[in-house]
Design a protein around this ligand. Structure first.
Ligand SMILES: C[S@@+](CC[C@H](N)C(=O)[O-])C[C@H]1O[C@@H](n2cnc3c(N)ncnc32)[C@H](O)[C@@H]1O
Length: 269
């Protein structure tokens, strides 16, 4: 069974400059993985963190799941090259998971910002856990001042592109601490711990900052635009990032770390 020691949770960090990968490491560092743990990495991306976890559970197993076929293919290549055999991967979505009582730890790093139904996602995690199992989730709070939101929204206003974004809400999942806690309770979790952290992203150039968000967040906006507006939209975002970059080299992002345990006799809602 997974062990989780609250005292391994990191202290409040000051202004340390960290990358997104480092945040995944931070989440990993708060979980006392045991060699025999059976872990799900939900929304595993290209598998870098999955690989790290796999090495911590040599007598257990790791399952990597992601909605993107391409990323799962990359994971399979990575694990084949690394000759790791206690792993399996599948293409799927968190909201549609069917596993029951399978894992001792369900881990999810930087995915819940894209979740459209928080209750459904947390219930999937709860159902997939064995009794005593732990869900450990980290995701950014994409409020309006987050660079992934702020610059596209500004570009929409200033380029007068509102008509393409009517009846569209982005990002998908921005709960308050209370909402997140309540949702975890509704899913059946106990020993819930929610912690906010702030990350200072320091990119060496404005272009690097733009490139980082271009593929994850800006792409979702660009998809909605007719072809003839796409380039101008991205150019506007880059230009605004460049202007601000000289004033404020560091982009601060708030994040949630959320943990909950499945207790004996707990029913999944
Ligand atoms: C920012 S990446 C994080 C990847 C990895 N967890 C990491 O920390 O390196 C977000 C990942 O979530 C996946 N994703 C988004 N929505 C998902 C969903 N509903 N179910 C499963 N995966 C999802 C995306 O395909 C992407 O690979």
């Amino acid at each position: 069974m997974a062990s989780f020691s609250w005292n391994r949770l990191p202290d409040q960090y000051s202004d340390a400059v960290r990358s997104q990968a480092f945040i995944g490491e931070e989440l990993i560092g708060t979980i006392g993985f045991k060699p025999e743990d059976r872990v799900l990495d939900a929304g595993c991306g290209v598998g870098n963190l999955t690989l790290e976890i796999a090495r911590m559970v040599p007598e257990g197993s790791i399952t990597g799941m992601d909605i993107s076929e391409g990323r799962i293919a990359q994971c399979e290549d990575l694990f084949r090259n690394e000759k790791i055999t206690n792993a399996r991967f599948y293409v799927g979505s968190i909201e549609e998971m069917t596993e029951e009582e399978e894992y001792t730890i369900v881990f999810s790093n930087s995915v819940f910002q894209w979740i459209t139904d928080l209750d459904l996602a947390l219930s999937s995690f709860h159902r997939a856990l064995r009794t005593g199992g732990l869900a450990a989730i980290q995701f950014p709070r994409l409020f309006g001042d987050h660079p992934m939101i702020f610059y596209p929204e500004k570009a929409i206003r200033e380029l007068k592109l509102e008509e393409f974004f009517e009846e569209w809400s982005f990002p998908a999942c921005v709960p308050s601490e209370e909402e997140l806690k309540k949702a975890m309770e509704r899913a059946g979790f106990s020993e819930i711990l929610i912690r906010e952290d702030e990350t200072a992203f320091s990119f060496p150039t404005a272009q690097k900052l733009f490139d980082h968000f271009k593929n994850v967040g800006y792409a979702r906006y660009v998809q909605r635009l007719p072809e003839e507006y796409k380039e101008a939209f991205l150019q506007k975002i880059l230009q605004d990032i460049e202007e601000d970059y000289t004033k404020n080299k560091t982009q601060r992002c708030k994040r949630w770390f959320a943990y909950g345990r499945k207790k004996e006799g707990a029913e999944t809602q």
